[in-house]
Write a protein that binds this ligand. Structure first.
Ligand SMILES: [Zn+2]
Length: 194
């Protein structure tokens, strides 16, 4: 198992570029009311990755607001960088949860030191993967598309096994996070993991 991501700013820039594409698709669709969408990004200061590593690639989550007076609906596109609404990156939530639950579980204290997430946060992520995520319409529909050899293996480790082959970690992490990106826009779910 490749419990790691490429430790370089290139990786975060690569994810940034994917998010930019996803944002363009949302913007082109316009608001359901027909109004044009204006940029209304959310500033972010995510934990788990240092500023030197991330550069400017993680400062904003793309979001739009309808320009129509009286509508002003918010449209936030799916993201491969931000899973929830708050401070942790999608890749951190996936990686830490998988490391905690893998064949040789890493201790909570060690993970806290590595990624700056406290015990309660890590436990909340595990509850999310164990209890909430498997019940989502997204997973019920998407699991059939994956070549899962052992469906009983815990999430999200089983996803790392499917996606991360180690040939090109950057690309493979991109595919994994792109796969999960539909759940980053569903309000309740996104709140649970933040
Ligand atoms: Zn509108």
């Amino acid at each position: 198992m490749y419990h790691e991501w490429p430790r370089s700013s290139t990786f975060w820039l690569f994810l940034f570029a994917i998010d930019l594409d996803l944002a363009r698709v949302s913007k082109d669709k316009a608001c359901p009311c027909g109004g044009r969408l204006h940029c209304a990004n959310y500033p972010r200061k995510p934990r788990g990755v240092s500023d030197t590593e991330a550069g400017n690639a993680l400062r904003y989550r793309f979001s739009f607001c309808c320009a129509c007076e009286g509508c002003r609906k918010r449209v936030t596109p799916p993201s491969v960088r931000f899973l929830g609404r708050r401070v942790y990156l999608g890749a951190v939530v996936v990686l830490v949860s998988a490391m905690r639950h893998g064949p040789s579980p890493r201790r909570v204290r060690e993970l806290s030191e590595l990624f700056g997430a406290d015990r309660r946060t890590i436990e909340r992520w595990q509850v999310f993967w164990r209890e909430h995520f498997p019940q989502t319409p997204f997973w019920k529909a998407a699991r059939g598309l994956l070549p899962l050899t052992d469906a009983a293996k815990p999430l999200p480790g089983v996803l790392l096994e499917v996606f991360l082959r180690g040939d090109d970690l950057q690309r493979e992490w991109g595919l994994l996070l792109r796969f999960l990106s539909p759940i980053t826009t569903t309000g309740r779910l996104a709140n649970e993991i933040s």
